[in-house]
Design a protein around this ligand. Sequence first.
Ligand SMILES: C[S@@+](CC[C@H](N)C(=O)[O-])C[C@H]1O[C@@H](n2cnc3c(N)ncnc32)[C@H](O)[C@@H]1O
Length: 259
Amino acid sequence: MSRIFAAGDKTVLVDPRGRRYLITLKAGGEFHSHAGVLPHDDLIGQAEGVRGKATKGTIYVALRPTLIDFVLKMPRGAQVIYPKDLAPMLMLADIFPGARVLESGVGSGALSMTMLRAGAVITGYELRDDFANRAKANVAEFLGGAALERYRVELRDAYEGVDTPTEPYDRVVLDLPEPWRVVPLLGDVIAAGGVMVAYTPQITQAVQVRQALERGPWIDASTIEVLHRGWHIEGQSVRPDHRMVAHTGFLTSARSLGA
Ligand SMILES: C[S@@+](CC[C@H](N)C(=O)[O-])C[C@H]1O[C@@H](n2cnc3c(N)ncnc32)[C@H](O)[C@@H]1O
């Protein structure tokens, strides 16, 4: 990847207070904010890390967006899974290059792009046409059009059945309201030894997933919650941040013993 910014590149502008703005560079384009105007031409042709001065004096540092930047700023249809859960989900689901993954629903594509970037080949089941299109557009925008060759989204209701693939899926990842209705459908859909992970905002949902797992050929069922607490570190003032995201969701995982 070139370190030099070109027109068409996604760029994140970071202001002195750490606030971040995601823009796409355009010849002759302008970034407008409370700090005035920053011409895109001041950044195009410059190396990553370049500082641009807006008309009222504020300095912005221009960087290429990380996956975290993009997930937090990208256009959304459905609510996304946040980075603090995306990272452990990659690990819990043990996503590897070439892993055949069934994902439902795909929502805005945050989880999809995280798994695609780790090399997964995804079949997505999504109820809503607008969300499926938003997810594919987000994936293409961040990972490039070639990633869509590993991302097939079918418009369908996962509760009504899951097709048995020619070769079973290695992994199944669920983020939809009633994942416990999908678990019993996975018998010959997921390979023996395959991993299932379900993200649920409510503990009552996680309990229902666990009950569905208990009724089937699953092992190693576990449910975790990830708490992420930032620290304020400035000179002698070193303490936990006053605020934290107290709750997002529960991650339930298990391994299949085969049909
Ligand atoms: C919270 S969103 C998923 C967000 C996604 N994980 C992300 O990180 O961007 C839940 C999605 O499940 C879809 N959905 C709900 N019920 C479904 C069903 N029965 N079959 C397939 N998709 C379903 C919704 O349309 C929605 O897009």
